[in-house]
Design a protein around this ligand. Structure first.
Ligand SMILES: Cc1cc2nc3c(=O)[nH]c(=O)nc-3n(C[C@H](O)[C@H](O)[C@H](O)COP(=O)(O)OP(=O)(O)OC[C@H]3O[C@@H](n4cnc5c(N)ncnc54)[C@H](O)[C@@H]3O)c2cc1C
Length: 482
């Protein structure tokens, strides 16, 4: 084999691309490939999952994971702020929006997704841009713009009561704005929760001072030059200084389309994450595998790992077989987790529900035989980690499946002996304990050693607890009396 490095071009510098770089590096991929990364967002790569921190007022640097210097130091060419237009898959050329071209041997599309923008009357300027006061919630720029616009005492409407809409609503409300969430379906987070779960969640959201209007949508943005409010589909006008559109995302496939690659909902890939064009792969939100696109980070990272195995030859037989869905609402004071199916599908599926009206807690399991096929937890997510593990591994449920809802119950002990603590990265407790034994003395050091806590960050409290427990000095033994 020739010693010449092969040219690897990565289109997109988001969370999937970043993880691919890490996975390549840990398998010697930087010696094998001459790597170029194109990212149309300036400033290097950041953890998109933590954007709410920037919306809440943290400096953008707080969530940057790979600044431009990271690339330079490793001999990777970063075209920061440069958009790719198309790939000429026959000549193996990348064309950028500024008209430049570059050869590649292997290209990876990691172009992510883009917000769905409903066509509302009065929403755009004559030039076609979103009108001042109307925002989407996807990028660092979106957050800095929203932050510059929002002032305490202002009124904000969020269109969409899913994960992102509720996250944005809570941050704006915590910043002193009067916030109303408008959601077209009958109940909130209807993609992850059944109606009862959605209703319980609505009560929790309202208890934080946010107004919720379900079963309604918005028809128009009103006001002459400045936005003055929105008109609902029942004709009522709600005064508002800003509107946040959180109506879901769709895979960003413009480059793939211009390159003639097969696209369904996303860019169609097989189990090696390869598209039909030789040498062209796709991972992350933009990729469609076995008819599914995901839009969350754990599948993107699993795909990055498999692709690195294949591209470096560390394990050419590695295959991606799909990911199980697990979502958690990361809004302070509102606990929601959902995994697998939300309703029974087969006649023999059994549903187990525990509703505690005064505590505002709702827990539901969907069970097939002695196997868990879905679970949702609202208001009490203590069993989430052990349930994810049970679902993921297909572990049998106890004879009384209700015990699975009690993480401290006897059932939990054997099944969760090595439970997953960080679900974004699939890090089991044993690996965290090993890292502590090897010297990791803080949550940051644990993150460096195991990656735990580097995704949505919701496991950081638990990491700190494990650390504290394992490093606590044992109390001095009392001298025997006598
Ligand atoms: C506010 C927010 C909160 C979220 N919270 C969670 C969460 O709690 N848990 C979870 O699992 N997921 C969450 N997600 C989703 C998660 O961020 C995505 O699943 C993840 O970022 C997907 O990674 P990706 O690399 O595929 O796409 P992205 O991270 O979007 O990266 C794609 C990059 O490619 C760039 N790009 C696109 N086209 C081109 C082009 N032609 N040329 C150059 N560059 C291009 C884009 O600008 C972008 O920078 C959240 C998303 C948002 C917006």
């Amino acid at each position: 084999m020739s010693a010449r490095k092969r040219r690897l071009a990565i289109v997109g510098n988001g969370m999937a691309a970043c993880r691919l770089l890490d996975e390549l590096q840990s398998r010697g991929g930087f010696d094998r490939y001459d790597i170029t990364v194109f990212g149309d967002e300036r400033g290097g790569a950041y953890n998109r999952v933590l954007l709410s921190k920037v919306l809440a007022g943290d400096e953008p640097d707080a969530i940057v994971t790979k600044p431009p210097a990271w690339f330079t130091e490793r001999g990777i060419r970063l075209h920061d702020g440069v958009a790719v237009k198309r790939l000429d898959t026959e000549a193996k050329l990348i064309e950028t929006a500024d008209g430049a071209t570059q050869r590649y041997d292997v290209a990876v599309l990691a172009t992510g997704s883009q917000p769905r923008v409903p066509p509302l009357e009065g929403m755009t300027t004559d030039a076609g841009d979103l009108r001042p006061g109307v925002f989407v919630y996807r990028t660092m720029d979106d957050c800095t713009r929203m932050r510059a616009h929002a002032r305490p005492g202002d009124t904000a409407v969020v269109l969409g009561g899913g994960l992102l809409g509720l996250e944005a609503a809570k941050v704006l409300s915590d910043g002193g704005l009067h916030v109303t969430v408008v959601h077209a379906a009958r109940t909130l987070m209807n993609a992850q929760l059944d109606e009862l779960g959605g209703e319980m969640l609505e009560r929790q959201i309202e208890s934080h001072g946010i107004f919720v209007r379900t079963g309604r949508t918005i028809e128009a943005v009103v006001g002459d030059t400045v936005m003055e409010g929105i008109r609902m589909d029942d004709g009522k006008v709600l005064a508002a200084d800003m509107l946040v559109l959180a109506c879901g995302v769709r895979p960003r496939v413009d480059v793939a389309r211009a390159s003639g690659l097969p696209i369904n909902n996303g860019i169609v890939v097989n189990d090696t994450l390869a598209t039909e064009a030789p040498g062209v792969y796709a991972i992350g939100d933009c990729a469609e595998h076995a008819g599914r696109t995901y839009g969350i980070v754990a599948p993107a990272w699993e795909q990055a790992q498999v692709l690195a195995e294949v591209l470096t030859g560390a394990n050419p037989q590695a295959r991606y077989r799909g990911s199980k869905l697990y979502t958690r609402l990361k809004v302070a004071g509102v606990d929601v987790a959902s995994m697998g199916r939300i309703e029974p599908e087969l006649e023999r599926d059994e549903v187990i529900q525990v509703v505690e009206t005064r505590r505002g807690s709702y827990r539901k399991l969907i069970v097939r035989g002695n196997e868990l096929v879905g679970a949702m937890l609202v208001g009490n997510t203590a069993a989430a980690a052990s349930l994810v593990q049970t679902l993921d591994r297909g572990d049998p449920l106890p004879d009384d499946p209700l015990e699975a809802l009690c993480p401290m119950a006897a059932f939990a002990a054997p099944a969760c002996a090595d439970r997953t603590v960080c679900n974004c990265n699939g890090v089991p407790e044993s690996r965290i304990r090993d890292a502590i034994a090897a010297g990791a003395g803080s949550v940051e050091e644990l993150a460096l050693a195991t990656r735990a806590g580097t995704g949505c960050g919701s496991c950081k409290t638990e990491l700190a607890q494990i650390l504290k427990k394992q490093t606590a000095t044992p109390p001095p033994k009392l001298a025997a009396a006598g």
